[in-house]
Structure formats: C-alpha cells, structure tokens
Design a protein around this ligand. Structure first.
Ligand code: MG
Length: 101
C-alpha cells in the first residue's frame, strides 16, 4: 500500500467520523486536530517514560497506545495534505529524499 492509498483510506474514515460525530471540519479544524493528536501522543510518551500518570496500565499496553497515537498524528497529517491538495509523496521527494542522491 502506498501513501496515496493510505491517505484515501484515512480520508474515508475521517468522513465517517465527521458525519457520525457531527463535526464541522472547517479550514482550521485540520491543524487544530493535529495539535490535539500531538498532545495525546505526548501524554502517552510521558506515561511510557515514567514522567506522567500511569493508571495501572502495563508497559506493553502503553507501547501499543503510543503506536496508536502516532498513527493518529500521521493520519491527521495526511488529512491536512488532502485538504490542501498537497501531494505528500512529491513533497517528501523534494524536501527529504533529495539528500539520497
Ligand atoms: Mg488520538
């Protein structure tokens, strides 16, 4: 599965989520939601590294929650790219992969 396939699936899920929860995804919703997801990722990171609350959650579960929140961040980044008609593969090639040549 390439990034575009993943992005299309993320957009479908977000459409379902927005309809089900009656969420108005206006222009700044995308970046604000990314901030929320980064906050959730940070919270789990602090718990996993024994610098945050850990209400009886075992380390394996924290690691899985960390992975889940990381996927939320990536999903939200792909939604932002889709909302702004940005080809994220092209951007990665231009910004990151130019160092590989
Ligand atoms: Mg989350």
């Amino acid at each position: 599965m390439d990034i575009k396939d993943i992005q299309n699936k993320v957009v479908k899920v977000s459409d379902i989520y927005a309809k089900k929860c009656n969420i108005n995804r206006d222009d700044d919703w995308y970046i604000l939601k990314l901030q929320e997801e980064i906050g959730e990722l940070t919270q789990i990171y602090l718990s996993e590294s024994s610098r945050g609350r850990n209400v009886g959650v075992v380390p394996e579960q924290l690691k899985q929650e960390f992975a889940n929140e990381l996927s939320d961040v990536i999903g939200q980044v792909l939604l932002i790219a889709n909302h702004h008609n940005i080809d994220i593969e092209e951007a990665l090639e231009r910004k990151w992969f130019r160092y590989l040549v």
